[in-house]
Design a protein. Structure first.
Length: 432
């Protein structure tokens, strides 16, 4: 039986695996390295985060993004975005050098070992081809894809008419067509820019009354008093962003309602400064509009009619051949579909539906640890970005080691453990 099974091989899963290997844990890692970056983002995109804030994490800090770039004759500079393809290749390089061999099969189910459930039995994971692997602890780092969110008004239309922005590794199929992108954040705006640049007639439909754009980052070297007033951080300038980026552990101590509010509102939809000039001259933007109803065009026309409504109640209609919903992700417990029912029912939930996690990222089910977007309500906005992987990997592996010393079924300062089969709704306090 392994000490730790890591499910997922994106930035969080690979970072956790690297730290676990460095700690001497007997480890197994499943997942296709950087799969979502390689297969679910169109070519031509760039990282929104700064290169220095986009490192995967290993215990010695050897396998950094700037090291990878330098070996290929590229300088990773502050204020210059890194191409998506380069970042995905960096993650694969990290996997080869900083992580034990990664098993690229998909894990389809995680369940407690028979006789476990808080009695020290551990977990078993079933792969896509039916192999069962057992481990004393599990770290789920499943990324964002299980949590795709498509607006209810268009959700029931078929995939030929509606897709999510994460469903595309390329946009060639939309050349010469008419596409409406729903959303006002980076994914929507950069997708629209790429579509316009390949000859697609494209518009952006957003609920906001105006688009938000991130500022050009200040120079890395600044007078001390400017840095003191607005320090640089992995999530942008300013003390508030610095707190989110650099002190997730303190964020976790805030009252749960405060954490949930910040997780839902901080660093809201905004476009990177470098994509603005590509959008404004080339993309039609319809602001203050929300889709109220959508239906397929009659007569085999092969399109969608969108009926929209503004905040003032004004209604409009438009026809388009395809809708791309760049509407983000909603990381709730019920979307962790690979969990066995006993595990899922044993997870305590926060008010927003996300799972409660203790101070070491351990869920309310002993030995089951969570990482990435699904922990944003617990540890803050940094968990939505690569930058959060370092804190997560270091902290989670410490928690795994504590759990292994204590035994899988014994509480060690994590979330309150529910009785098997009983869901706990954690609303009034910070977990752990």
């Amino acid at each position: 039986m392994y000490d730790l099974l890591v499910v997922g091989a994106g930035p969080y899963g690979l970072s956790i695996a690297s730290h676990a290997a460095g700690a001497g844990l007997r480890l197994r890692v499943f997942g296709r390295p950087m799969a979502s970056w390689r297969d679910h983002m169109p070519r031509g995109m760039y990282l929104k985060s700064e290169p220095w804030a986009s490192n995967l994490s290993d215990p010695d800090g050897r396998w950094r993004l700037d090291t990878y770039c330098a070996a290929r004759g590229v300088e990773a500079r502050h204020g210059e975005p890194i191409p998506l393809e380069m970042f995905a290749a960096y993650g694969q390089w990290f996997a080869r050098n900083a992580v034990p061999e990664v098993d690229e099969r998909t894990v389809t189910r995680v369940a407690p070992v028979a006789g476990g459930g808080g009695e020290g039995g551990g977990f078993e994971a079933v792969t896509e081809d039916g192999e069962t692997v057992r481990a004393r602890t599990v770290a789920l780092a499943v990324g964002v894809l299980p949590f795709v969110e498509i607006p209810a008004a268009v959700r029931d239309l078929g995939p030929d008419l509606v897709s999510h922005s994460s469903h595309h590794s390329e946009l060639d199929r939309f050349r010469g067509r008419d596409v409406t992108v729903i959303g006002g954040g980076q994914a929507a705006l950069e997708t629209a820019a790429l579509l316009a640049e390949q000859g697609t007639r494209v518009r952006v439909l957003a609920r906001a009354e105006h688009l938000a754009w991130n500022d050009v980052p200040p120079a890395w070297e600044r007078p001390w008093w400017r840095s003191a007033r607005a320090p640089q951080s992995g999530l942008g300038c300013g003390w508030r962003n610095w707190f989110y980026a650099e002190r997730p552990g303190l964020f976790h101590r805030l009252p749960e309602p405060t954490r949930a509010r910040i997780a839902a509102t901080a660093l809201g939809p905004a476009g990177a400064w470098w994509v603005r000039a590509r959008v404004e001259p080339a993309v039609e933007v319809l602001l203050g509009q929300e889709v109220a109803e959508a239906r397929e065009l009659a007569g085999g026309a092969g399109g969608v009619r969108l009926d929209t409504v503004s905040r003032s109640g004004e209604r409009r209609s438009l026809e388009t051949e395809h809708v791309i919903a760049a509407t983000g992700f909603r990381a709730t417990t019920d979307r962790l579909g690979l969990l066995d029912a006993q595990l899922a029912d044993g997870l305590g939930a926060l008010a927003d539906g996300s799972p409660a996690v203790g101070r070491h990222f351990e869920s309310s089910y002993p030995g089951l640890f969570l990482a990435g977007l699904v922990t944003a309500s617990g540890f803050g906005p940094a968990m939505r970005f690569v930058h959060g992987a370092t804190f997560t990997a270091e902290t989670l592996v410490r928690g795994v080691r504590r759990r292994l010393r204590a035994g899988v079924g014994v509480g060690v300062g994590g979330v309150r453990v529910p009785a098997p089969g009983r869901r706990v709704d954690v609303r009034s306090r910070a977990a752990g």
